[in-house]
Design a protein around this ligand. Structure first.
Ligand SMILES: [Zn+2]
Length: 119
């Protein structure tokens, strides 16, 4: 197990909220009251179980623990994001067309969006 201390920024660039378990974007609701923290009941349940396990281990309540596989998957997707960014840089250096750059940039946005998923 690898311990990752939660680094959720207090001020995101927009008001987008993410599931506290899996990291997927939460749908924005016009509801008043306490904003939802999880995208679905299974996420809420798994977060509760993990929190209880973390508590037993004497770790801080806001500690985020990723399994080795979850961390490896996250690192794979970070690597894909870097590759997508390098593709754009290479294309720029090679004098790519606007259309080619647009395709590469679209690919990078897709890769970055996938990275919002933690698990
Ligand atoms: Zn979720």
């Amino acid at each position: 197990m690898d311990l990752v201390t939660e680094t959720t920024p207090t001020h995101r660039r927009d008001d987008t909220r993410h599931c506290a378990w899996c990291g997927r974007r939460l749908p924005t609701t016009g509801r008043v009251g306490r904003p939802r923290r999880y995208c679905a009941q299974p996420c809420r349940q798994r977060a509760y179980e993990r929190r209880a396990a973390v508590h037993r281990g004497g770790l801080p309540d806001d500690a985020v623990i990723l399994s080795h596989d979850e961390l490896a998957d996250l690192q794979d997707r970070l690597f894909q994001l870097r590759c997508a960014a390098e593709d754009i840089l290479t294309a720029l250096t090679d004098g790519a067309t606007h259309g080619e750059l647009h395709t590469l940039a679209t690919n990078m946005v897709t890769t970055a969006t996938d990275l919002e998923r933690l698990r």
